[in-house]
Design a protein around this ligand. Structure first.
Ligand SMILES: Cc1cc2nc3c(=O)[nH]c(=O)nc-3n(C[C@H](O)[C@H](O)[C@H](O)COP(=O)(O)OP(=O)(O)OC[C@H]3O[C@@H](n4cnc5c(N)ncnc54)[C@H](O)[C@@H]3O)c2cc1C
Length: 510
């Protein structure tokens, strides 16, 4: 790596942490190997090949905690050019990775061979059927796609919190979903047809009447293999039941095996496997979505409950009364947004088990909104909350609530101690097991040494950013330890004005 591109991490890292080594390998200094650059320039033209060291460093990082340097970055303009890259890579035995906005959190848009930028030349939308369908190219940012649909009163179903940057191709390939989409409005359910290019060069548009035949003829082994897997699953009742259960809740781990139960033909299965395939099966060149109504009349509330159980118990009644979102934030989440715009200062003093729910109703008309308001109020009346709350129709206040909720990930990322990484995983539970699941998860954190501090320095907003140390402990004789019911760090006093730097630990012994 040239000195010019080597940041001096010593100067930007807080003194108490060792800087993370950020140096790129020496052999990257001259950029892409010349033979590879020249071959690709011949295939794609100079403009579409990005071979300088700065290009490789730039594309080595995405929103995940990992870093992998590609050998070269290419920006193909057509399906034909992508096909040529696939053929060339197979000849040279190089890996190909497709990357769009790079907002994935698990490193799936990084590669160490040829990196295809599927965003630059792949933007565009066409509203069809008065907004009921959207034809969209994969590099289109989700927010832009929704902007095209906005005048028609529709939107796309998938709603990841990253919709301001994530592209439709990335959303399909990750089966990304968000706070209202669930397993009903995701790409798996709402993608009507898809055009894709296989590594072999076969290009299929599933909307074509001849598509099934074309697929079977061009890819007989693939088609036969898919049907063999389907037959195996169909024969095995226990496996089929397990798959059904797995996909009844959000599950984006691995390929969407539910496709083998939901579809009966090779192309039908493959089309559904593409959703969530993370760029491993084919290049997606276009999608046509069935859109969902973008109901404008909304009621939103941010409810703070005394504990996880009471918050989770409220989810089912709200959903049963038509709420489209019931987003849970535990005490750790609320702590991560302390001090952010719109976050009340009093939340610093919430008890250790406080849990919040962001609940929203979306309705197509004022009449329906009135009905929803009555239903929401009936649920609200039966709740025991730490703060008085009401449903608002004020879009600014609602936007503020959503900003708090959507900003959780960046806030948590920003609050982590320097030199550590943020790893994010979705963990799904059936609704009736939510409270137990969430509480069990919370128990795992201290067991593995995460974030249970009793001392925070007065400097550099250490408390707000939760940069602390676990100094205080209770030591119990074994016979007393057996009677220990609960052990909890009470952060409340540390959040008060002019606090001590330590905070108490409270234990309950029977
Ligand atoms: C702050 C933040 C919030 C987030 N919130 C959510 C959330 O609420 N829900 C959620 O599900 N995710 C969320 N994510 C993760 C991520 O934003 C989404 O999964 C998003 O859909 C990725 O889109 P992208 O354009 O960035 O794709 P990339 O990260 O570039 O790529 C994603 C995958 O798609 C493949 N791919 C991209 N384009 C194509 C193509 N044309 N053909 C074939 N394969 C392709 C890539 O190979 C890769 O495997 C969040 C991320 C961040 C940083």
């Amino acid at each position: 790596m040239l000195t010019l591109l080597q940041p001096c991490t010593e100067r930007i890292t807080p003194v108490e942490h060792k800087p993370t080594h950020d140096r790129a390998p020496e052999d990257l200094a001259l950029g892409t190997p010349l033979w590879l650059r020249d071959d690709l320039v011949e295939i794609l033209g100079k403009e579409q090949v990005h071979s300088r060291v700065i290009d490789l460093v730039k594309y080595a990082t995405d929103a995940s905690p990992y870093r992998m340097f590609p050998k070269v970055v290419v920006t193909p303009r057509t399906v034909d050019e992508v096909a040529k890259i696939f053929t060339y890579a197979q000849e040279k035995r190089l890996s190909v990775t497709i990357r769009s906005a790079g907002s994935s959190l698990s490193g799936q848009s990084q590669g160490d061979g040829i990196l295809i930028d599927a965003r630059k030349h792949w933007v565009g939308t066409k509203v069809e059927d008065g907004g009921k369908r959207l034809r969209v190219r994969p590099g289109t940012v989700l927010f832009r796609a929704n902007l095209a649909l906005h005048p028609y009163g529709y939107r796309l179903g998938p709603d990841p919190a990253s919709s301001g940057v994530a592209t439709v191709g990335g959303v399909i390939a990750n089966n990304a979903s968000g706070m209202c989409c669930g397993t009903i409005e995701n790409s798996y359910k709402t993608l009507e047809s898809i055009s894709f290019l296989l590594p072999s060069g076969t290009h299929i548009n599933t909307a074509d009447s001849e598509a099934e035949n074309q697929f079977n003829l061009a890819e007989p082994d693939l088609a036969a293999g898919l049907m063999e897997i389907k037959a195996e699953i169909d024969r095995d009742e226990a496996l089929a039941a397990r798959l059904k259960k797995k996909y009844s809740i959000k599950n984006t781990t691995g390929y969407h095996m539910g496709a083998f139960l939901d579809e009966s033909t090779p192309l039908g299965i493959f089309r559904k496997l593409l959703v969530g395939s993370e760029g491993t099966l084919a290049f997606i060149s276009e999608g046509v979505f069935e859109t969902v109504p973008d109901d404008k009349f909304r009621l939103t509330a941010f409810l703070v409950f005394p504990d996880m159980h009471s918050a989770c118990a409220a989810v089912a009644p709200f959903i049963a009364h038509g709420a489209v979102a019931a987003e849970l934030s535990d005490r750790g989440c609320l702590r991560a947004v302390e001090g952010k715009p719109g976050v009340p200062d009093r939340w610093k003093r919430l008890p250790g088990e406080a849990t919040a729910l962001l609940v929203e109703f979306r309705e197509p008309s004022p009449v329906r909104l009135k009905e929803a308001a009555a239903a929401a109020q009936s649920v609200l009346d039966g709740l025991e909350l730490l703060e008085k709350a009401e449903f608002t129709q004020d879009p600014h206040l609602a936007a503020q609530y959503w900003t708090i909720r959507s900003g959780l990930l960046p806030s948590i990322g920003g609050a982590r101690p320097s030199g550590t990484s943020l790893i994010l995983e979705d963990v799904c539970f059936p609704p009736d097991k939510l409270a137990h699941g969430a509480l069990d998860l919370q128990k795992l954190f201290p067991r593995h040494g995460y974030g249970q501090f009793t001392f925070w320095d007065y400097f550099r907003r250490a408390f707000e950013y939760n940069r602390g140390i676990r100094i205080d402990h209770f030591l119990l004789l074994p016979e007393v330890a057996k009677r220990l019911l609960k052990c909890e760090i009470d952060r409340t006093p540390r959040a008060e004005e002019k606090p001590l730097d330590h905070t108490p630990i409270v234990i309950e012994i029977v």
